[in-house]
Design a protein around this ligand. Structure first.
Ligand code: GRF
Length: 226
């Protein structure tokens, strides 16, 4: 039937979507945002594997529920951080990962992994870098509140050997309200993260991004959220 032929031709014409490897350590709400964006057709990518440095975390459950391959590489199972990260690298390569996304990943990647995926590892950090770099959530959000800033937000950047200091790809800003606690501010920032991270992966997949002299070009203007 012509309709069937057309459908098959369409399928064959599709370029294979970008294979993303997501590194997680905990709740996995950013992983969920990526999966939801893919499901809704808003992101042309596929999550090829989810790697955690901690067993039993919710992020792994989210992946398993979708039959996405998972791997756990705990530091204590290896003689060194480098050995653990080489195992992570082998897992990523075994799944033909083209882009690595640190989505709430709590460890610092060994330089050998950074080199193997140069300019192809991104991280989301819950502050407007370079302000409030370092530390895991909720420290950056608490620090922003304590500093009295009126605008907070999140940053997606390329991972380099220097923690939270790689080229900035995109940022989303949110207001800080008088009545905010660390929890309410973190929740507002997290909602912005869930919009920003899938968008950045989409730009990467579309080949929009260029890294030139420490700056990332080709990105649409700043995303803001409330
Ligand atoms: C997020 O706030 C992210 O910016 C930070 O860690 C948190 C991870 O949250 N790096 P989740 O695991 O994605 O829910």
């Amino acid at each position: 039937m012509p309709a069937e032929r057309d459908a098959r031709t369409d399928t064959e014409a599709q370029p294979s979507p970008l294979a993303v490897g997501v590194l997680v350590s905990g709740r996995g709400s950013n992983l969920q945002a990526i999966l939801d964006a893919i499901d809704h057709g808003a992101l042309a990518a596929r999550v090829a594997v989810v790697v955690s440095n901690r067993p039993g975390v919710l992020a792994l459950t989210r992946a398993e529920q979708r039959n996405i391959p998972t791997a756990v590489h705990e530091r204590r199972d290896f003689s060194s951080r480098r050995a653990r990260d080489q195992a992570i690298l082998r897992t990523l390569q075994a799944h033909n990962v083209a882009l690595v996304v640190n989505a709430g990943y709590s460890a610092i990647l060994h330089r050998s992994v950074v080199a193997a995926y140069r300019d192809r590892i991104i991280n989301i950090h819950p502050s407007l870098l370079p302000a409030f770099a370092g530390g895991m959530a909720p420290k950056p959000q608490a620090d922003a509140l304590a500093a009295g800033v009126k605008i907070a937000g999140c940053t997606v950047h390329i991972v380099t050997e220097d923690v939270d200091a790689g080229p900035i790809i995109a940022q989303a800003a949110v207001p800080v309200l008088d009545e905010d606690t660390t929890e309410t501010l973190a929740a507002r920032i997290l909602a912005a993260e869930h919009r920003l991270l899938p968008a950045v992966i989409g730009w990467f997949a579309a080949g929009r991004l260029q890294v030139t002299a420490g700056r990332v070009l080709g990105v649409p203007p700043a995303v803001t959220g409330g």
